[in-house]
Ligand binder design. Structure first.
Ligand code: DAH
Length: 340
């Protein structure tokens, strides 16, 4: 019996030495100490022994059992430790490794220009509203006093989706939407995309951006229009910039004007940017036509207003000296990265 127990003990030791992980160690525990294990088997077979032999064998078995238990405990401890350090090695962070640079994106020059223009108007108390790019013919034309025979309603200029729906050709329909839902005082700008069936060339693109402005209240006159736009161009192009209001025609304003600014490159002497004239056309504007105010059910004896609209691409091209509008849409990073 003693020899048998010794063999079991040795066997357990060899097997534990070879065990690699917690699962294998557990298997060994079950094999030797479990309900059907080797030692239990011996204890069960003690029935036929004399009381003295039983006591002695019992003592020997228990001694071996606690020896194996001790070995198991050590082994469990060891494999757990090994597993932990293996994981540490796997998850090790090398704090000396140099950082991998993350290339920061840059804003698109049109975004920069749009934000710059918006900021100037926001500082003057304007709110920003946006309108949808897919518009009704009513909002884009009829409500803006552009009669059915107006040339811009011709199929060649407008992307029609159906008879009544189109891609807006200007941001001016936001005036209509605002007038229909807001009572004066109104003081808004609306930046956004516009679409026209133009063949792309250096100065035309079928998709482009405009910023629309609308101010409506009691007692608004052309003096407010001039003052606002004068202040705007001074903030955008520099305090020495002068403005010139040239009579023009837009269906939704009366009177209407185009605004030229003194060339910010040459100061008005004449250069390549202003094509020698000293002046650069920058936007269209005017006093809101009574027919447009009526869309908002306003009393046109009481309320007046002014509106303006400008092309963002044109301003960006002038400001940055870009000579081909198509550069804005190609997303060539060598171009975009210049505006960091
Ligand atoms: N919508 C005009 C265009 O696309 C620009 C414009 C001119 C807007 C005068 C206005 C305005 O609000 O008063 O050419």
């Amino acid at each position: 019996m003693q020899a048998q127990l010794k063999k079991i003990l040795e066997e357990a030791k060899v097997q534990l030495d070879n065990a690699l992980d917690q699962a294998q160690t557990e298997e060994i525990r079950v094999k030797f100490l479990g309900k059907k294990g080797e030692l239990t088997k011996i204890l069960r077979g003690m029935g036929h022994l004399s009381p003295e032999d039983r006591k002695e064998t019992g003592l020997m078995v228990n001694r071996v059992k606690s020896q194996i238990e001790e070995m198991l405990e050590d082994k469990f401890e060891a494999v757990k430790k090994a597993a932990r350090s293996a994981q540490f090695k796997l998850e090790k962070v090398d704090v000396t490794e140099p950082g991998k640079p993350f290339n920061l994106g840059v804003k698109h020059p049109l975004t920069i220009t749009m934000e710059e223009i918006s900021k100037v108007f926001m500082n003057m108390g304007f709110s920003i509203v946006e309108g949808p790019e897919v518009e009704t013919v009513f909002n884009n034309f009829d409500a803006l006093n552009e009669g059915p025979n107006h040339p811009s309603r011709d199929m060649t200029d407008t992307f029609y989706i159906s008879e009544d729906i189109l891609l807006r050709t200007q941001t001016s329909p936001v005036q209509v939407r605002t007038l229909m839902k807001q009572k004066p005082p109104i003081k808004i700008i609306s930046p956004g995309r516009c679409f026209r069936c133009d063949t792309p060339d250096a100065t035309h693109s079928p998709m482009f951006h405009q910023i629309e402005g609308l101010v409506v209240d009691e007692g608004i006159t052309m003096a407010e229009l001039r003052g606002t736009l004068d202040s705007f161009v001074k903030q955008l192009f520099g305090p020495e910039t002068r403005t010139k209001f040239r009579p023009h025609h837009f269906p939704f304003t009366e009177p209407s004007a185009e605004v030229d600014v003194s060339c910010f490159k040459c100061g008005g002497k004449g250069c390549r940017v202003c094509k020698g004239s000293g002046w650069i056309e920058i936007l269209g504007c005017g006093m809101v036509h009574p027919n447009v105010l009526k869309v908002g059910n306003l009393d046109t004896e009481k309320y007046t207003g002014f509106a303006f609209g400008m092309g963002v691409e044109r301003v960006a091209m002038l400001k940055y000296g870009v000579d081909d509008i198509r550069l804005f849409y190609e997303n060539d990073m060598r171009f975009i990265n210049q505006f960091k």
